[in-house]
Design a protein around this ligand. Structure first.
Ligand code: LLP
Length: 422
């Protein structure tokens, strides 16, 4: 459920018509619903608790939508943060999320980033390889601290909506094998600079079938039991993120309650705390991107291009993963349909949001909303073609605030430096 519905002034986010935001902030623009963010977090967290998972750490995956205001809304509800760079750790801290609720993951953490995370007192650093474990040990020894680490294990299970977002097969770059995990865990336990506290996995994103997750989690359970059996201390099992969301054309994903019931069943009786890293399921359907139609270009052979003021640099998912986003008229339901290719102004054929889609008949000045754009939308935006980074708005009931400004051209150009010898 989300809070984007049609009212007397067209499609609204909670109590604010999207057309009003478009008029006042300009387009393209991302709009997020605070009530939906809160609802999604609460539903996910309480599903786990209701299924019998004791005191789960739900570390929201910052990469999905990293605006500090969004992080603060979630952090104030008790969310932790799953981070993959010093920048994301800094964002989580800036949102008031304490170090003990921050998980630091990622395949290639640098020395300075590890040092920053250790000083911030993060809950766990997820180790992706043996050289990384050695690097963490050396940084921790230098700082005179004991680094809490968890080993990210690659369970060799195929899952995820698209090859580019599947992470759990052994051919992917993520994590260590089960055999390596057991050996490294034992080694780390004997290292004064390391405190292994658990194991972690994450097999992919936009997963709409619980079975690959069940298979991966069952293997993880076996690993935890093996480690405990070897006399090693295991406090936490981090099961990653990955639960899919409805994009309105896909198979319907399982609801959080079904996910939670599966988790509770697989981990029953295991003497460890569980952690989760959901991103998309919290943020995707809490946000839309609003864009204005610039013109309709009809080719002689009949193809109709709806040219809008948003482009692949603002929402890259369709170009990058052939992702589907529902496109709705903002100013109200319309009569009549036409078949369009919806394209942006960027000079690439890939700058196409959809081809041959039957949509309401649109004309210049009409507003369209790309639904389910709250996750991996603005977070992946760029300034390609020197298009100003798309702004973000947060709605709360009848009020809204700009939570990231659109940069001015002067600000953008001021970042370039021309040496005096050019
Ligand atoms: N934990 C780890 C270690 C991850 O790599 C990811 C996502 C998550 C958690 C959160 O996964 P989620 O719950 O959001 O599925 N840009 C792509 C998605 C990339 C996901 C990368 N990792 C997209 O737009 O579909």
């Amino acid at each position: 459920m989300n809070h984007f519905e049609y009212g007397p002034e067209g499609l609204a986010c909670e109590g604010v018509p999207l057309a009003r935001i478009a008029a006042e902030v300009g387009t393209p623009v991302y709009v997020y619903s605070r009530a939906t963010l809160e609802r999604h977090f609460t539903v996910f967290h309480s599903a786990l608790v209701d299924a019998g998972v004791v005191d789960p750490l739900v570390a929201y995956a910052v990469k999905a939508n990293s605006n500090v205001a969004v992080l603060k809304v979630l952090g104030d509800l008790g969310a932790g943060a799953d981070t993959v760079s010093e920048g994301e750790v800094r964002r989580a801290l800036a949102a008031g999320i304490p170090g003990e609720r921050i998980v630091f993951s990622g395949v290639g953490k640098k020395r300075e980033e590890i040092a920053f995370a250790l000083k911030a007192g993060v809950a766990e650093i997820n180790v992706e390889s043996e050289p990384e474990m050695e690097l963490i040990a050396s940084v921790a020894a230098e700082l005179g601290v004991r680094a809490k680490i968890a080993f990210r294990v690659n369970p060799d299970v195929a899952a995820g909506g698209h090859a580019k977002i599947a992470t759990g097969k052994s051919e992917n770059k993520f994590g260590v094998s089960f055999a390596e995990a057991a050996r490294l865990y034992a080694n780390a336990s004997n290292n004064a600079a390391l405190q292994p506290i658990g194991v972690a996995c994450h097999i992919g994103s936009q997963i709409t079938d619980l079975e690959p997750m069940r298979a991966a989690f069952t293997k993880m359970r076996g690993l935890v039991e093996q480690l405990i059996g070897e006399g090693l201390s295991v406090e936490r099992l981090d099961l990653g993120g990955g639960l899919g969301v409805p994009y309105f054309n896909h198979p319907e994903p399982p609801p959080p309650a079904a996910f939670a019931a599966m988790v509770a069943e697989v981990t029953k009786g295991l003497p460890v705390k569980l952690a989760f890293e959901p991103g998309r399921v919290i943020a995707a359907n809490a946000g839309v991107m609003v864009s204005e139609v610039i013109h309709v270009h009809e080719r002689p052979e009949g193809r109709k291009f709806l040219v809008i003021d948003a482009a692949m640099n603002d929402l890259v998912r369709p170009a990058m993963y052939d992702a589907f986003h529902d496109i709705r008229p903002v100013q109200g339901e319309k009569s009549g349909e036409a078949v369009y290719d919806v394209v942006g102004p960027v000079c690439e054929t890939g700058d196409t949001f959809t081809r041959d889609r039957a949509l309401p008949v649109f004309g210049p000045g009409d507003l369209v909303a790309f639904m389910s754009a709250g996750a991996y939308g603005s977070a992946m935006a760029s300034e390609y073609n020197t298009r100003p980074l798309v702004p973000e708005v947060l709605v709360d009931g009848d009020r809204y605030a700009v939570i990231r400004k659109r940069p001015t051209y002067d600000e953008m150009l001021a970042r370039d430096l021309v040496p005096d010898w050019v």
